[in-house]
Design a protein around this ligand. Structure first.
Ligand SMILES: [Zn+2]
Length: 59
């Protein structure tokens, strides 16, 4: 899974294609900018599917 955090604090996560779609829609609707898939994947971070819940273990 991928996760993207926008500069405005908005976040989304999901499969790569889903995240790309959501970020494009968010950028267009909220910021009035067009984002490319390459730009989005540059700022996307990998997250484990099992870490989808908020229980992150302390290091
Ligand atoms: Zn935003």
């Amino acid at each position: 899974m991928k996760e993207v955090t926008c500069l405005c604090g908005w976040q989304c996560r999901g499969r790569e294609d889903e995240v790309v779609e959501q970020v494009i829609a968010h950028g267009r609707e909220v910021h009035g900018v067009e984002s490319s898939r390459e730009e989005i994947l540059t700022i996307a971070v990998d997250v484990a599917a099992s870490a989808a819940s908020a229980d992150v273990r302390p290091a």
